[in-house]
Design a protein around this ligand. Structure first.
Ligand code: UDH
Ligand code: NGS
Length: 375
């Protein structure tokens, strides 16, 4: 029927049509990706409302400087008595933040960059009434450099979220073995004495959040915020991991009797806390892996925080111990409370595994006074 020649022509025609179809499709896909890209650029530079008849330009594109759009806030502020509530979602939130850890700046520079932060590391949005009050509790000893870097990033990060917030550094006095969880219990009690916080963020000093959609507000269940750390390849290392940064409301905290007081040294206390959450009838909530990202400031295990050899035995008994060990049994002595410009420092004697030593005798003059008062 068809000659060899005409078969060849049909074959070429068929291949030609195929090529045209492929070209058309790939052009469409190309066009789509260009439009998408333009859309992203436009979105990042669009004018967005700030909640009170003002507009502000989100100048921070994805991967931007954490301070980029805050200078506008300080200039545009209008202090007043009858502020309306801030919008449910802050217009200052932009997403991914570029966290490049360096330390060639001073604490005074961090202070200058955060002019609206007041004594003790407190902040409230100048132009609207915050919907959330969050205390940041940091267990601490001898990590000056880490604290400076954390404050540099976390202050503007929280201002973007339009929170009413305060920083509490809970400093373990002396050089006895470190006890992270007990310091958190101290932080909870001392922070709640000062203000009716509705959420507490228990925050390692060396973890820097990388996305401001990771909101520092509480959920209906205890939240594990640091779920994607760079050192774990931005993944959860194991299902029950509850370390680094977690957020609990006062009600959550008391329901699980706070944190354990008996984990001296490195490891296990965060797992115990995770177990307490479920023993108290709650579950762990988590942001997405995309949002709960953190960079850890690299360091080695500290002096005075050796790996705790008892941690596995203790963990096996959490079910029996959680009601007898926690907020209801925490003992400590506050040595000092200092209101620094960027944080409140509470130095505390939490004793040792043997308990809290008796209080030091009063100075001789005060002792004589109290003796005469008794007579
Ligand atoms: N912390 C201090 N000072 C210390 C010890 C701990 O401030 O001396 C605080 C600080 O907030 C720190 C947190 O407690 O972020 C947790 O302690 P960590 O950073 O030592 O624990 P992490 O698990 O790192 O993050 C341990 C590093 C290597 C452990 C290897 C064990 N196999
Ligand atoms: C677990 C520890 C946790 C610790 C986690 C991550 O093994 O306390 O590793 O550690 N639990 C026990 O030891 C029982 S890290 O890689 O950050 O050093 O948080």
């Amino acid at each position: 029927m068809f000659s060899f020649q005409s078969k060849k022509i049909y074959l070429f025609m068929f291949l030609g049509i195929q090529l045209v179809v492929i070209a058309l499709f790939s052009r469409e896909a190309y066009k789509k990706s260009v439009t998408y890209f333009i859309h992203i650029l436009r979105k990042d530079n669009a004018s967005i409302p700030t909640g009170r008849n003002q507009t502000s330009t989100a100048v921070v594109a994805n991967g931007g400087d954490v301070y980029a759009n805050l200078s506008r806030l300080s200039k545009a502020h209008s202090q007043g008595e009858n502020l309306t509530y801030c919008p449910k979602t802050s217009p200052l939130i932009v997403g991914r933040i570029n966290v490049r850890i360096h330390s060639n700046f001073t604490m005074q520079e961090v202070q200058r960059k955060n002019p609206l932060v007041v004594r003790g590391g407190r902040y409230r949005p100048p132009d609207c009434e915050a919907r959330h009050r969050t205390a940041i509790i940091i267990p601490y000893r001898d990590r000056e450099h880490h604290l400076k870097v954390l404050l540099y990033f976390l202050h503007p990060f929280l201002q973007r979220q339009q929170l009413n917030y305060g920083f509490y550094v809970i400093h373990q006095a002396g050089n006895y073995t470190f006890n992270r969880a007990k310091l958190m219990n101290v932080g909870f009690r001392e922070a709640m004495k000062e203000e009716d916080w509705d959420c507490l963020f228990f925050h390692d000093v060396d973890l820097i959040p990388e996305d401001d959609r990771n909101t520092y507000m509480c959920d209906t269940n205890p939240k594990h915020a640091a779920i994607a750390m760079d050192k774990f390849g931005y993944k959860l290392p194991y299902k029950m991991y509850f370390g680094g940064v977690s957020a609990l409301s006062p009600l959550h905290y008391l329901k699980m009797n706070g944190f354990p007081n008996n984990y001296w040294g490195w490891g296990g206390e965060d797992d115990d806390i995770g177990v307490r959450v479920s023993l108290a009838g709650m579950s762990i909530s988590r942001p997405s892996l995309k949002v709960g990202r953190y960079k850890m400031i690299k360091h080695k295990l500290d002096k005075g925080n050796d790996v705790n050899p008892k941690r596995f035995n203790m963990l096996a008994k959490t079910r029996q111990t959680w009601k007898q060990d926690g907020m209801n049994t925490v003992e400590y002595r506050v040595i000092s409370r200092e209101y620094h410009p960027l944080y409140t420092n509470i130095t505390v004697d939490i004793g040792t595994e043997a308990g809290l030593p008796p209080p030091p005798p009063p100075p001789p003059k005060a002792a004589a006074m109290s003796a005469t008062q008794k007579v």
